[in-house]
Ligand binder design. Sequence first.
Ligand code: 5GP
Length: 208
Amino acid sequence: MEKGKLLIISGFSGVGKGTVVENMLENFDNYKISISCTTRDPRPAEEDGVHYHFISKDEFEKMIENDELLEHAKYVDNYYGTPKKFVEDCLKRGENVILEIESEGARKVKAKMPEAIMIFVLPPSAKHLKDRLIGRNTEDHDSITKRLLKAVEETDAMKHYEYFVVNDQIDDTAKNIDKIVTNTNPDLPSEDEVLNIKNEIINFSKGE
Ligand code: 5GP
């Protein structure tokens, strides 16, 4: 049986990666999402075992010790990691697995599994990103500021990604990602478009 493909999907906090991935799981066959472990507190609508495995710092450290994580990273004060066994089992069964993870973890996975497809989701503009982070009402002011500054930092990691998709319409973004995986003419932004959005985000750090 042909092995499944591993997709790494990253993007700035607030870009809507989670919604895009949900859309892919609903509308396309043969994708599985890897549920990460995290030490952060659940947001109001989040369920343990659905959105994340919410675990303590001690439990997280045990998993690292037992080599149960494919990768792990710290993001804005908390640990996040990908359980290894689920990913390996899906790929063996021929299922495509989506990892929705930040860039440091993404690079660790790519180093271990070079065949992984690295995709970075961009907002249509920097303003979209800021409005969404504020509008979703799940973070306090301090966390929003940290997440915007983290976005600035993450622009540097964009160079490690193979594909960029602009999340304008969720349905289209999901279709585009499937087209990347199946190699069927995805609609990708030009280098200039990517650079423009990147520069707008960098300007956050200058208070613009
Ligand atoms: P959030 O707190 O908004 O759910 O996630 C914060 C960041 O952590 C996002 O960029 C998300 O993609 C990333 N993330 C979620 N799970 C993992 C994981 O297992 N490993 C790594 N490295 N990053 C993760």
